[in-house]
Design a protein around this ligand. Structure first.
Ligand code: SAM
Length: 425
């Protein structure tokens, strides 16, 4: 029997380039992937480091292109990702050998990917409807940021004292916020996720005033590589979690008053061809005692931009139409009602957002509507999944008290700083 040839250790060989900057295998001369798929050769860590540094220098020299970790990772001549590139470039950037990279949102110091962020007090007002509004003088006494678990901290609040809960719980397997134990959204099954939220809202029900309401922004999830595999999560299939959550909350005493569709005017792009792009999320308005609950009808009134159709069955439209005819006005009437009750679909862009570092901030305009719709001035709003505390900042600005609960202390510290930046002086 012929003796088996011992394969040379590929990590010991040296890589070279084909003159165009692309790495070629030094053994067989073919283009080099993560390793050479032709003869099994792999780059040594040192060679990998050199290739990445060389690519970074090329990217720095290309003034017109973004120089982010992702941009460098794309140009490295073998498959790699931005995290690996970051780990390799970090020491060189920290020691000043390489200049700072742009962040994904800035290019040459300017915003470039259409995600404006509020930077100071003026920018925080970035929403037209908030222009000219200043926070009350006693703003510092109007909010409290608590670090801890939503359920535990909620239990400490006095029964019957909360006018409104405005919150956006972590979506199921969407993000790992700081990877803290006890974090919501990382349950093994959808049922467990729904159960945990049900427990939180059962306690919230006790804490709510008789006219109390809860506004929830809920996103869905699709089965796939980023969710646990269960027989109910088929790949790419929508899990329909928001409606399951609301069914569960009805079981603990809440009544669903409205299901609003948030139509994102600039949703994130998705490379899908088998279904429409996801461009909406759900906002639910729940009441403790329907009919007796608060709704900021006047504050949420919106300008009517449509002309009633001649067949419109709305009586006031018909009356106005008739009056117009009698008065000799033009027909059909334009802008017949200046304002009307808000409709149950809201067109809101996903920015601007407040200037606190967090991966899942809600748009300022959305938080503004939730705050105005949920309780009158002087009322108490609680967000038990505070995050960057967008709701809190809008609550204080619009003269409501706020208690924000958040499991990650770092988010509370960042938000605390931003509260002072926005409202001090
Ligand atoms: C979707 S984000 C909220 C974003 C927020 N609406 C904003 O505009 O910034 C959900 C937040 O819930 C927090 N969270 C997760 N599990 C929690 C728990 N057990 N108790 C309290 N907060 C929790 C996460 O850390 C995350 O910041």
């Amino acid at each position: 029997m012929a003796a088996l040839k011992k394969r040379p250790n590929p990590r010991k060989a040296g890589a070279s380039s084909n003159g165009n900057g692309a790495a070629v295998c030094p053994r067989c001369g073919k283009p080099l992937g993560a390793g050479c798929k032709h003869c099994g050769y792999r780059l040594t860590p040192e060679q990998e480091r050199k290739e990445i540094l060389a690519t970074a220098l090329l990217v720095y020299a290309d003034k017109g292109a973004p120089n982010t970790l992702r941009a460098i990772a794309k140009r490295v001549p073998f498959p790699t990702d931005h995290k690996r590139v970051g780990r390799i470039l970090k020491p060189a950037i920290a020691s000043g050998v390489l200049p700072q990279l742009e962040t994904s949102t800035t290019r040459n110091g300017k915003q470039w990917n259409n995600k404006p962020r509020a930077k100071n007090k003026k920018d925080f007002i970035g929403v037209k409807a908030l222009q000219g509004i200043t926070a009350p003088k006693n703003w510092a006494r109007m909010y409290e940021l608590r670090t801890g678990d939503a359920l535990g901290e909620l239990r400490k609040i006095k029964n019957g004292s909360v006018n409104a809960f405005c919150t956006s719980p972590p979506y199921w397997w969407c993000r790992k916020y700081k990877g803290l134990p006890g974090q919501y959204g990382l349950e093994a099954t959808i049922e467990k996720h729904v159960d945990r939220l049900q427990k939180v809202f059962a306690v919230a029900h006790k804490k709510a005033t008789a006219d109390g309401v809860a506004w929830l922004v809920l996103g869905d999830q699709r089965g796939g590589s980023n969710t646990p595999r269960t027989d109910k999560t088929k790949t790419k299939v929508l899990c329909r979690i928001p409606n399951k959550i609301i069914d569960a909350l009805e079981g603990v005493g809440w009544y669903c008053m409205s299901e609003i569709t948030w139509c994102k005017t600039n949703p994130c792009s998705q490379s899908v061809k088998s279904r429409p792009t996801d461009a909406t999320e759900k906002i639910f308005m729940l009441a403790k005692s329907p009919g007796n609950h608060y709704f900021g009808y006047k504050a949420l009134k919106e300008i009517c931009k449509t002309t009633p159709s001649p067949t419109d069955c709305h009586s006031s439209a018909r009356r106005k139409e008739k009056n117009n005819k009698l008065n000799g006005d033009t027909y059909p009437p334009r802008n017949w009602g200046d304002t009307r009750n808000t409709w149950d679909w809201w067109e809101i862009a996903i920015n601007p957002v407040i200037n606190v570092k967090h991966t899942a901030k809600m748009p300022i305009e959305l938080a503004r509507r939730l705050v105005l719709g949920s309780c009158p001035k002087g009322g108490l709003i609680v967000d038990m999944f505070g995050g960057a505390h967008t709701i809190g900042m809008l609550a204080v600005l619009l003269n409501r008290k706020y208690i924000g609960i958040e499991i990650a202390e770092v988010f509370n510290k960042r938000a605390e700083k931003q509260f002072r930046t926005n409202f001090e002086g």
